[in-house]
Design a protein. Structure first.
Length: 448
């Protein structure tokens, strides 16, 4: 099984005396169940339920009180209730019995020694009517596709992984890490794809897996949509989104359709809830907080770059490239960086934003902004010389600090840059593959 870094966070959750039932969020096929099965090996006992199965769902549908439910679960799975404090209860596909979501609060209030994890790819679609999330009595983590860090672990690249995690890395490791990152960018981070590739090293054979993933997502559409019309719109959005990824989009007539803004907007928000896509909204701020402007058009970020490459037909371009920025007008480089930025944190509120300035005399746009140490840090994803970073100069002229980041195909270096108006700032240049390490490198830069 592929090791996932979130297991370290689950270990911290396990030993926390104020632990609450944990809900794992994430799209289908990103590895939630596998992660919990792997984590369960650290417990004496493991009760694994899948509420899609009638027999597993029955105790929750017939719920009377929490004590009786716990006793019933231990009895049915032949587990020793005396070992309750060293038992992990995993409730998978919890959205199939929405009442079970309410029951999580009683595990927290009345059976705090039992370790409880719930998961459900369509979790948000179950929250309606009288079913409410027990606020304050559960906690969340998000599982995303495999990150580059995890890809290196799975690939057995121990020395490359050590360099990736070293701050700053040694210059001699750059070429190998860049080559490995191009492979990772090509195939993406869906666990089934990564596992098959690392086992067989056959790129052609991955086609079947990509196709089965998209079919499974389309087959789920009837569970997402509350009306037949919405189901049709969601199907269209899923199929069209691969060709619009990386673009700023408009909901009206999305994907050359006749669907209006309201219909597409509802479909987009539904798919965002189940984490198949992200809508990245711009901000105009240069100092905290990052306030998204929902009146401006968002940029479309999909679940996985590898799936995007497959459906748009970009694999051959990536195999032969020495610079990701030269492919698909730079969208692939931006998209994989966005995927890495999202994968770097497992908290639900880890959203992505970009920056715009829309003035008649100087329109500007930056690929990403992140909040770090009380500052909004601008991130540009591009090749070329630092002298061409006009949007970055405009941002830095308005920012109350002197730190900016560029991700490109080159090596780690720090430049002192002066804007046309005379402001001096430090430009941290990082190779694409260090997107998830930006905050650690910013901390390092401040020590120079």
């Amino acid at each position: 099984m592929l090791y996932r870094n979130i297991i370290e966070e689950l270990n911290d959750w396990k030993i926390n005396s104020h632990r609450k039932p944990l809900i794992l969020r994430g799209a289908r096929q990103v590895g939630k169940t596998t992660i919990v099965n792997m984590f369960a090996q650290s417990y004496q006992q493991y009760i694994n339920l899948n509420l899609e199965l009638k027999e597993d769902a029955a105790p929750f549908r017939n719920y009377k009180n929490i004590s009786q439910l716990v006793e019933q679960l231990f009895f049915l799975r032949d587990k020793d209730i005396e070992k309750l404090s060293d038992t992990l209860l995993f409730i998978d596909e919890i959205q199939e019995v929405p009442e079970a979501i309410n029951i999580l609060r009683y595990f927290f209030e009345q059976v705090p020694n039992l370790h409880v994890i719930a998961a459900g790819s369509l979790f948000e679609t179950a929250i309606k009517g009288d079913i409410k999330i027990p606020v304050g009595r559960v906690e969340y983590k998000v599982v995303r596709p495999i990150s580059f860090d995890e890809f290196l672990q799975a690939n057995g690249e121990k020395l490359a992984l050590e360099q990736y995690r070293k701050i700053p890395m040694d210059e001699y490791a750059h070429d190998k890490l860049l080559t490995l990152f191009h492979t990772y960018t090509l195939i993406g981070g869906m666990p089934a794809v990564v596992d098959h590739y690392l086992t067989h090293r056959n790129l052609t054979a991955l086609r079947t897996i990509y196709e089965s993933l998209i079919v499974s997502y389309i087959n789920d559409v009837e569970k997402y949509g509350r009306t037949n019309n919405l189901v049709q719109v969601i199907r269209h959005v899923i199929q069209s989104s691969y060709f619009e990824a990386g673009n700023r989009i408009k909901f009206n007539h999305f994907g050359n359709s006749n669907y209006g803004s309201k219909e597409v907007g509802e479909a987009m928000r539904t798919l965002e809830k189940v984490m198949l896509l992200h809508l990245l909204y711009p901000t105009t701020n240069t100092s905290i907080p990052i306030v998204p402007d929902f009146k401006k058009s968002p940029r479309l970020q999909l679940l996985d770059t590898g799936m995007m490459n497959h459906f748009v037909g970009l694999q051959k371009d990536i195999i032969g490239t020495s610079n990701l920025d030269n492919i698909y007008q730079g969208k692939i480089a931006e998209h994989i960086v966005g995927q890495e930025l999202l994968a770097s944190k497992s908290n639900v509120l880890n959203n992505l934003n970009f920056w715009v300035r829309q003035k008649a005399e100087a329109t500007a746009e930056l690929d990403f902004v992140i909040q770090h140490d009380g500052l909004i840090i601008p991130i540009e994803v591009k090749s070329g010389s630092s002298g061409t970073l006009r949007s970055l100069h405009l941002f830095m002229d308005a920012a109350p600090h002197r730190f900016a980041v560029r991700l490109y195909n080159g090596k780690v270096k720090v430049d002192t840059i002066t804007t046309p108006t005379g402001k001096e700032y430090l430009l941290l240049n990082l190779p694409y593959y260090l997107g998830a390490q930006i905050e650690k490198y910013l901390t390092w830069v401040k020590t120079l």
